[in-house]
Design a protein around this ligand. Sequence first.
Ligand code: SIN
Ligand code: CO
Length: 388
Amino acid sequence: MTSDIPLQILGGISAREFLRDYWQKKPLLIRQAIPSFESPISPDELAGLSLEEEVESRLIVEHGDSPWELRRGPFAEDTYQNLPERDWTLLVQAVDQLVPEVAELAEHFRFLPNWRIDDIMISFAAPGGGVGPHFDNYDVFLLQAHGRRRWRIGQMCDSESQLLEHGDLRILADFQGTDEWVLEPGDMLYLPPRLAHFGTAEDACMTYSVGFRAPSAAEVLTHFTDFLAQFLPDEERYSDADLLPAEDPYQIQSDALERLRSMLNEHMGDERLLLTWFGQFMTEPRYPERVQGPEIDEKQLLDALADGAILVRNLSARLAWSEIDLGLLLFASGQSRLLPAHLKELLKLLCSADALHSDNLGPWLNDEDGRNLVLQLVKQGSLEFADE
Ligand code: SIN
Ligand code: CO
């Protein structure tokens, strides 16, 4: 089984061991997870991204206009000339959606469901820079990309943990350090959700955070019930045929709760709707405006492919698939599509392939369902033509 092979990215343990002993449970320091790793993007290029309108970026200046001053991008050209020598950090979100070579790093994490990956954030810190002791509600792999960073880890936290008053920075008032390491380029630290951590740049350094996503119970309930409610007619109501005479008309009796419970169970237990909602929710793009396709018809698509055009996944799109009794479900950037079972290998190809072209799509283009699916994904913007 491939899951039992020792992996360099996990420091020589297998995916199975990692998932059993560390994932969601405890931290793991991995020296040279990616040996001689070189960042595909330089600090200057990262700073360049933070000037762009559509890029989400933040600057944290430890001794700025206020302690732990948080500034939000896009930043002006001269921002970086006016920063102090030390103690600031630039954070740029979702660089994997902007730089294909950064997106490729996700290939190292194929032992986890792809739909659990959120984005790859990249930070650049001047010496001494950091974002303060904090915890996150999600798993993260912190890959050192350039320079050295000292990571300290501490206690497990939760929403009761005391924070300093710094607006949305969520800095812990009390950090109880347990371990610390200096990470060099290629080293990586895995942290489970809610573990306190505190990184400081030993020298000017760059760190990649491969972050994961897990909806909160509150989100699941509110979003799923909103989704369900669209399918429920107004006349479907609390009903109590065969009601027994009330002993006390002011009392809500347990039979009323039973009726409510069965009404809830009937809908909440609908597996197909639950799966449809979940697939749509987990593939919703972080920046929906980046997933917009062209007007194109079948003939134009087929001609382009016949001419050697290459389709790639839009870096901002998310794809996942699932199997149900009726066939297959493909989830693409927040939409779902019910498809016949014979398209299974095509769905796998669409989700995983780096590039789609007449060679690997070949036979599927002769299949009406297959052809139509590729066309719909191009029109939706989940697949796009690679730049020549
Ligand atoms: C950083 O890269 O500086 C911050 C990453 C984190 O602690 O979540
Ligand atoms: Co963090």
